[in-house]
Structures are given as C-alpha cells and as structure tokens.
Design a protein around this ligand. Structure first.
Ligand SMILES: Nc1ncnc2c1ncn2[C@@H]1O[C@H](COP(=O)(O)OP(=O)(O)OP(=O)(O)O)[C@@H](O)[C@H]1O
Length: 380
C-alpha cells in the first residue's frame, strides 16, 4: 500500500545542501540498473560512459475533475535540474538522472526537442539509436511513444524527422529518396510475434512478407541478434507509416487493470531502418514494470505472465550492469528482449536512451520509487 503522507515537516528531511543523498530508510528495490559510482578519473583514464542514458519523465496527475481537493504531486524537480525528489511518509528520496522532465511543463513537443531530437539526427547520419520507455502501468509509456490525437509522440516525430517532412522548398520535399523499412514486434510470454504479419497490403505500402506470413501473429525465432523473417513495410510518408504502426500496435496483448483500461502485458518493439544511410532506430514500449504483488494479481497463469514480463526487465538490468562493470560475459541471452537489443548495446556508436515514466500520484508512490530506483544513478 502507498504510504500516507505526513503534513508535518519531518525531522529526517534532508536540507537542500544534502540533495544528493538517498534517504536510506525507504527500502531499495532489487531491480535497478545499478549505475556504478562515478570513479575518480585521471587524464590517462577517461570517465567510463554508462551504456544507457536515463531520463525521468513524470506524467500529469490523472484526471482530478471529480475530486473535491486537488491532490498534490509527490514528485518535484530539484534545482540541479537533473534529479527528482520524491516525498515519502518518512522524508524525501532524491534520484539523479541524465535529464528529468515533468509533463506538466514539457509537453511531448518540448520533451522530444530536449531529449530525443539530437539522437534522431544521429540516425539520419547513419547511426544506431534505441529508445525504451519503462515504468508501471498507466505511467504514460505509450502516451510518450505514440502520443494522442492532438499531440504526436516519439514514433511520429522521429519518422517525420528522418523522412525530412516539414522541410519543403517550393512544395518539394527535402530529403526525397529517403525511405524507411519498419518492423513491429511484440514480446509476450518470452515469445516474439510479428505484429505486421497479418496486415493487408492496402495503403500503398511496399510489404516484405515473412515466410508463410499471413496468419495471425506469426511467432518468430531469433537468428543471430535479429528476429528471423520479420515482415516489414517500406514507405516515405510519416503519417501513413504511423497509422499502420498504430493499427498493429492495437494487437498487443493487453489487460484491463485498476490503473489503466488498456494495460500492455507485452513489450512492443518498432524497428526502423534507414537503408540510404544505414541508420537504425529501435523504439521499445515496455510492458508495465510492476511486480506480482504490486499488480495485485491472483491465479497461476497471470502470475506466470507477470514473471515473464519481469524476466525481460530483470535481464535488461543485468545486461546494463555487466556492461557498466566491464564483465567479459554479458547475459544477453537471458531474455528475448535483451537478445534483440544486443546489437544496439554492442555497437560503440549506438545511443541508448531509457525514459523512465512515473506518476506524481501519492497512491502510486511505491511504484514510482521502484521505477526511479531502477534507473537512477547511485549518488556519490
Ligand atoms: N502526460 C500525459 N498527459 C495526458 N494524459 C496522459 C499522460 N500520460 C498518460 N496519459 C493518459 O493516461 C492513460 C495511461 O497512459 P499510458 O497508456 O500511456 O500508460 P502506459 O504506461 O503505457 O501503461 P501500460 O503499461 O499499461 O501500457 C492513457 O489514457 C493516457 O492517454
């Protein structure tokens, strides 16, 4: 249960000077990316770059129209602009990231410009980039990735940027000739499914069909570091491609929960290749990260499902730890998610961005803390 906030000032509250210290009283989650402590470096030894850059993104308060009193947020940005402070019943916890964003202040446009655009520019030059959204159900992962009717999300904005739309001279599109190949995969219960495999060929797209691929949700094997025989669409119009992606994204396995009418129970991976330059963008909308107790689930099958979702999350954490520690063996093969991400993680020039989505709602505090802990840097 979420702790009840105390209105009294708490004696354990750290002063602003000690912003960078964790309150040790709130239990720490086992599931965290475990950033290594920043080490003292010399000129001969450049600082070790962490393989993943992490942004903390706090969604708007859920609709409070019918509530008599505005519920105050339990999260705020500290003055350093890189850490978030969570108010708990026993004080505060601070979490430091590469960047932070409140959706109340940065809408999806502002968020994209601040944290995503520069990485997409790299893809246009032929680099690889992976962007993952992680967090519990209802925290705004799909909203950040896909946006809404009025506010496009990362998928559409990056497609537009890559395809050079909006950049027109005399009605002619700049960047003509650029096209993308797109695959959409789902990882559910540790199996990979091809979400495009049963799409019809209408809409003016070029389709590359997987072998025998018109049955509903074809299951794919991993060959090397890729899903073998995945169907792809090719096109050069962001709007049309987005529509297709959104249509097939609706085929993901979902379940209704108290927090979200359409809670994703699977990871969704959109792989976007730019053949003209050799760039690749992987966008991953991860399944809700809550554990079995938090999800309040009963029944063997549902518990197994949550355990399998967590397998991907825990494997990802282990992979990041192993790379950060310089281990000779990195356990990519522990989950289907990490198998498909292996290429990105092994490529030195690849950018990996993890967006941790969380809620400012006091009722969600435990989940918010678990999410922020997963990717926060350990403060010195
Ligand atoms: N920043 C935001 N502003 C407005 N509405 C939001 C915001 N973030 C999320 N929402 C809304 O809250 C609901 C839940 O968000 P969303 O579906 O993105 O959660 P999720 O983290 O993807 O959950 P799941 O893991 O269950 O798929 C949606 O109706 C979404 O439109």
């Amino acid at each position: 249960m979420a702790p009840i906030l105390s209105s009294k000032p708490n004696s354990t509250t750290p002063s602003s000077k000690s912003n960078n210290h964790h309150q040790s009283k709130t239990p720490h989650s086992k599931h965290r990316l475990n950033f290594t402590k920043e080490m003292a470096t010399t000129a001969a030894m450049p600082p070790i770059e962490h393989p993943v850059e992490v942004i903390g993104r706090i969604r708007n308060q859920p609709d409070q129209k019918n509530k008599p009193i505005m519920i105050p947020s339990v999260i705020k940005i500290n003055t350093d602009g890189k850490s978030l402070r969570a108010k708990t019943e026993i004080g505060y916890r601070d979490f430091t990231f590469d960047g932070v964003s409140l959706s109340e202040e940065d809408d999806l446009d502002g968020f994209y410009k601040k944290f995503v655009e520069s990485r997409i520019n790299g893809v246009k030059l032929g680099n690889k980039c992976t962007i993952m959204v992680y967090g519990p159900t209802g925290s705004g992962k799909s909203h950040t990735m896909f946006g809404s009717a009025t506010q496009p999300g990362i998928v559409y904005r990056s497609l537009r940027d890559i395809l050079g739309e909006g950049d027109r001279v005399d009605g002619e599109k700049i960047g003509g000739g650029t096209f993308v190949l797109v695959s959409v995969l789902e990882i559910y219960n540790e199996e990979i499914y091809d979400l495009l495999s049963s799409t019809d060929t209408g809409g003016g797209f070029g389709f590359g069909w997987a072998k025998g691929g018109s049955a509903y949700k074809v299951r794919l094997e991993v060959m090397g570091k890729k899903a073998k025989n995945a169907t792809f669409i090719s096109g050069n119009e962001a709007g049309k491609i987005l529509k297709e992606i959104q249509k097939v994204e609706k085929r993901r396995v979902v379940k209704s929960t108290l927090c979200n009418e359409r809670s994703s129970r699977s990871h969704c991976m959109i792989i976007l290749d730019v053949p003209t330059v050799g760039g690749r963008l992987m966008l991953v909308d991860m399944a809700g990260s809550e554990n079995i107790e938090q999800a309040g689930q009963n029944g063997f099958e549902v518990k197994m499902q949550t355990a399998k979702i967590n397998q991907g999350n825990i494997a990802l954490k282990r992979v990041v730890e192993s790379i950060a520690n310089g281990d000779s063996h990195v356990p990519f093969r522990d989950s289907k998610l990490t198998m498909l991400l292996q290429d990105s993680f092994e490529d030195d020039k690849s950018k990996i961005l993890m967006i941790l989505c969380a809620s400012p709602d006091p009722k969600e505090l435990h989940k918010t803390i678990a999410t922020l802990e997963y990717g926060a840097k350990q403060n010195a």
